[in-house]
Design a protein around this ligand. Structure first.
Ligand code: ADP
Ligand code: ADP
Ligand code: ZN
Length: 216
């Protein structure tokens, strides 16, 4: 199962990713998480990437492609992988396609999570993330048992720096300009499946799974 999760910021990619990877036993490859790890460790890549991320812009393709390398061909990807937040530009999609082709592999499906902008704004401002394990919560839709504490590891829950409303608005525009063209790109390759992401997370997950069962 080699899957890409496509969808605007806040469409539920991370939430769905954690359910999909446990069902199909494949690694979760999230470029957003990779950038945040580099930022946390304070290295050069992290410092450079943070400049763009905090403005709601995409990190340039050369940095992104350099970071991900051929992560999706590593040994834990024997049974496949789930890409979350990558590719986000046509250049990245072409680069991924080339690498996979060289390795004699192809993509199983590109799952496009469809969610309207007004729903996105309310989700993003309520998003909280565990500073220790990265688990995702939402003050409205998926509350932690104790305020600001992670149910899983008791880490502190924080708001991401890039989840401020003004930054969210930028990110939605960037998504429309740079990432949305990937929908037609993968439609043209006949591997795009679209799922309504505005339903309960469990229902979205069931719809994704039944779609994947048909194409695998
Ligand atoms: P979200 O889940 O809200 O869509 P991510 O956690 O995937 O956001 O990414 C956070 C930020 O990291 C993005 O807004 C962007 O600045 C940067 N980023 C992540 N993945 C990529 C990528 N493939 N190309 C360029 N920038 C990226
Ligand atoms: P993405 O990775 O695409 O940015 P997330 O999975 O982080 O999206 O979800 C964004 C916010 O919306 C999080 O706070 C999450 O808990 C919440 N969320 C995710 N899926 C749903 C859903 N189906 N219904 C309501 N809220 C959701
Ligand atoms: Zn945690």
């Amino acid at each position: 199962m080699r899957i890409i999760l496509l969808g605007s910021p806040g469409s539920g990619k991370g939430t769905q990713a954690s359910m999909i990877i446990s069902k199909y036993a494949i690694p979760h490859i999230s470029t957003g998480d990779m950038f945040r790890k580099n930022i946390k460790s304070g290295n050069e890549l992290g410092i450079e990437a943070k400049k763009y991320i905090d403005m709601g812009l995409l990190v340039p393709d050369d940095l992104t492609l350099g970071m991900i390398g051929d992560r999706f061909l590593e040994s834990d990807c024997q049974n496949g992988f789930l890409l979350d937040g990558f590719p986000r530009t046509l250049i990245q999609a072409e680069a991924l396609g080339e690498e996979l082709k060289r390795a004699g592999k192809n993509l199983t499906a590109v799952v496009n999570l469809e969610v309207n902008d007004d729903v996105i704004a309310s989700r993003m401002t309520g998003r909280r993330v565990c500073s220790k394990c990265g688990a995702n919560y939402n003050l409205v839709f998926n509350k932690p048992q104790e305020e600001d504490i992670c149910d899983k590891c008791h880490g502190q829950l924080i708001t991401r720096d890039d989840d401020k409303l003004a930054t969210v608005i930028n990110r939605l525009q960037v998504y429309k300009n740079e990432t949305q063209p990937l929908i037609d790109y993968y439609k043209g390759k006949g591997i795009l499946v679209t799922v309504n992401g505005e339903q309960d997370a469990e229902i979205v997950f069931n719809n994704i799974c039944s779609t994947l069962e048909k194409v695998r």
